[in-house]
Design a protein around this ligand. Structure first.
Ligand code: KIV
Ligand code: ZN
Length: 517
């Protein structure tokens, strides 16, 4: 019989913790809705005590969720757990997730002995269980915790009422054989283990997060914790799309089912990449641009004769339209709507009208408009409520310097113009932005890539800025690289302004330390 494996998505909590991946409130709601629609079983929506913003997001996601269980994170203290319950209690199916670091290194931080920590675990899990029937407990850094002690505290948490025990590989230290053995050991030796679900939560520091998670499933775990695109601190978390597709492609050796509708993978992957500002690497498994591209002659020849020669899954299975043709300047509104639906965007008429105008503008400049071009257009359409907007830009560049930029921005509803010079057109344009919107942010990253092929291709520009420890990323695309650069810069600036406002009212999402127990 095929066992069910629960998919626990933590894009909005562990994923959002990546420096610079901060999402706005609206973006969090949108991602939660997509996760719910795609069939994720549990959504970890945030860390309610961390900030007012996290609390609001978890509360609203709880109210809006249709079928997923909504979970919030809490450290091992009553205040965190109460705050978490206040946020998740609105959900049809709420869960409190409480954790404490159990390895020797982590026990030293709150300076608790093994016995003192055991008492803390008993008390906090009992407290959580008195509030909520569904309690998950995690011994952070479990894979570097002494196994005997781990078995002891897992037993305490089960007796105190935990319904799911999660075993985090917090620093991505374990390996597949050990990952499976650890879960097996817990199941075989801890009294009450058969009454609860074991979860696996892996980080990718050694590039083994997916392998370690699947090994844990083989060892008996029935919940996998993961994020879209593997978003997460450092090298990231286990990628949801890799787990779900591995189980789908290899039921012969991994007979475990999930409820996830895999055809929704590409859409949510693109959305997470956009809102987090973390572009997906081209050769990323499942969702990378090259994941289904066949370049070499031998591969192409094989593919033409029989797709199975080089393809273990179909692009359609992950929501990539297989043979879709590019649109052009003669394509009408109906063709555009059909294409957008195919890409996972079901637009209202007024939104479609707006996108149609932009599509026509682009089709006038570019012979063929590909799927990625359309996605780039849709991204441009966002940010209607931005504080800073680009109105016009004219740049003079070439071998005879200095390069000069004439720029008009709308800042807080008021138009302002300036002229600036710089070392190259992008530098001149950025200097002009800085003259109109004074700020101390440092540009940490400036990256340009082509959306599609050809000299008329749109350029996608990503920028990352840092100000007083706050990081904001921005992205944009245009057939003019300098215009795309300024739009991306302005996009990051707008996010930085939001982050600044959040800090002023005391809710900077990165404000709480895990160590602060
Ligand atoms: O990686 C980790 O240990 C975590 C815990 C908070 C579950 O994310
Ligand atoms: Zn984690």
């Amino acid at each position: 019989m095929t066992d069910q494996v629960l998919i626990f998505d933590t894009t909005l909590r562990d994923g959002e913790q990546s420096p610079g991946a901060t999402m706005t409130h609206a973006e969090k709601l949108e991602i939660a809705e997509l996760l719910d629609e795609m069939g994720v079983d549990i959504i970890e929506a945030g860390f309610p005590i961390a900030s007012e913003g996290d609390f609001k997001a978890v509360s609203e996601i709880s109210r809006l969720s249709k079928s997923a269980t909504i979970c919030g994170l809490a450290r091992a203290n009553y205040k965190d757990i109460d705050r978490c319950w206040e946020a998740v209690k609105h959900a049809k199916s709420p869960r409190i997730h409480t954790f404490i670091g159990t390895s020797e290194l982590h026990r030293a931080i709150p300076n608790l002995t093994m016995d003192e920590m055991a008492v803390r675990i008993h008390d906090t899990v009992t407290h959580a269980r008195n509030l909520c029937d569904n309690v998950q407990w995690s011994p952070m850094d479990a894979t570097r915790t002494e196994w005997d002690y781990l078995c002891r505290v897992v037993e305490i948490a089960i007796k105190a009422g935990a319904t799911t025990i999660n075993i985090p590989d917090t620093v991505g230290y374990t390996a597949p054989v050990e990952s499976a053995d650890l879960i097996r050991r817990l199941i075989d030796t801890v009294p009450g283990a058969d009454e609860i679900i074991f979860a696996t939560h892996c980080h990718n520091d050694l590039g083994m997060a997916t392998a370690n998670s699947l090994a844990a499933v083989a060892g008996g775990a029935r919940q996998v914790e993961c994020t879209i695109n593997g978003l997460g601190e450092r090298a990231g978390n286990t990628a949801l799309e890799e787990i779900v597709m591995a189980l789908k492609v290899r039921p012969d050796i991994m007979p475990y089912a999930t409820r996830v509708d895999t055809t929704k993978i590409m859409n949510i992957s693109r959305r997470v990449a956009t809102v987090s500002g973390f572009a997906v690497q081209f050769n990323k498994a499942i969702v990378g641009k090259n994941a289904f591209a066949h370049e070499s002659g031998i591969h192409q020849d094989g593919m033409l004769k029989n797709k199975e020669t080089f393809e273990i899954m179909r692009p359609e299975d992950v929501g990539l339209a297989g043979t879709s043709l590019p649109l052009g300047k003669h394509s009408g509104r109906a063709a555009l709507r059909a294409k957008l639906v195919e890409l996972g965007y079901d637009m209202a008429d007024n939104q479609l009208a707006d996108i149609f105008v932009r599509f026509k503008e682009l089709a006038d400049r570019k012979k063929e408009v590909y799927d990625d071009d359309l996605i780039a257009i849709i991204r441009q359409n966002e940010g209607e409520e931005d504080h800073v907007k680009l109105k016009s830009l004219r740049v003079v560049c070439g071998t005879q310097g200095p390069q000069t930029a004439d720029l008009t921005l709308e800042v807080g509803g008021v138009e302002a113009a300036t002229t600036a010079t710089g070392d190259g057109p992008v530098d001149a344009a950025f200097n002009a932005v800085k003259a109109l919107v004074t700020h101390e942010a440092r540009l940490q990253l400036y990256q340009v890539s082509a959306v599609t092929e050809g000299t008329d291709a749109q350029a996608t520009v990503s920028v990352r800025m840092e100000e007083d420890g706050r990081i904001a990323t921005g992205q944009s695309a245009d057939t003019d690289t300098v215009v795309a650069s300024v739009k991306a810069y302005v996009n990051a600036l707008n996010r930085l302004i939001v982050r600044r406002e959040q800090s002023q009212v005391g809710y900077d999402t990165k404000g709480v330390s895990y160590k602060d127990v």
